[in-house]
Design a protein around this ligand. Structure first.
Ligand SMILES: [Mg+2]
Length: 214
């Protein structure tokens, strides 16, 4: 929900599914979770896939939110550090992502008006690679990756650390993400503006509201 758009000074973006959308890359990441569960438990991949699905279902029922993959793996006994160490060795974003002139233009014009930040459950190595491939690595004031607190979104305490580190009242923040439960529910409850998007072109909504010409 967008509150007072004129008070916004800091825009905090999610990365995956927000600054780019790529089903195969998302599927590769999910598959890494499954393979790691299979390896750690010494079970077949099909069995691990069922375990991951069931853990996800259980978390949805208990927490009443859709959990992140890091959280699902944690539920199955895999620490976030271990999961991300594995992801770094397996995921190759350069196979899928390219320079995105639309994203560059949209973020560059916002960058003139606000400070831009990234808050993601992804790790620093992959985040850096992805931002460089997309062409937007230089536009962010700071990157809050999983290493910042090792507590995946949604996490109220981690959000507090991010907001304190950036500074400013809740009204000065706009959080942008593709998943309400993971990216936006807590910032919304804290009194920040939020915007849910499903493709990069949706970012144009921010420009329209702020009267910025991209
Ligand atoms: Mg996302």
């Amino acid at each position: 929900m967008l509150k007072d758009i004129h008070k916004i000074r800091s825009i905090v973006f999610d990365l995956d599914g927000t600054l780019y959308v790529h089903d195969e890359l998302a599927a590769d990441t999910y598959e890494c979770g499954v393979l790691l569960v299979a390896r750690e438990r010494g079970i077949a991949v099909g069995e691990a896939r069922e375990l991951v699905k069931n853990a996800e279902r259980g978390l949805i029922e208990n927490l009443e939110i859709t959990p992140s993959l890091t959280r699902i793996c944690f539920e199955l006994g895999i620490e976030a550090t271990e999961f991300h160490r594995y992801l770094k060795t397996q995921i190759r974003p350069e196979q899928y992502l390219d320079y995105d002139p639309v994203l560059v233009a949209l973020l560059d014009s916002l960058h003139d008006q606000c400070q831009l930040y990234l808050y993601t459950n992804n790790n620093l190595a992959l985040t850096g690679q992805i931002l460089t491939l997309l062409g937007v690595a230089d536009l962010f004031q700071r990157l809050y990756t999983i290493e910042f607190t090792w507590r995946p979104k949604p996490d109220a305490e981690a959000l507090e650390f991010v907001m304190c580190d950036i500074g400013g009242p809740p009204e000065s923040f706009l959080f942008v993400g593709d998943r309400y439960d993971i990216d936006l529910r807590l910032p919304d409850a804290r009194g920040c503006s939020t915007l849910q998007i499903s493709e990069v072109a949706d970012l144009l909504q921010i420009h329209k509201l702020m009267h910025i010409i991209p």
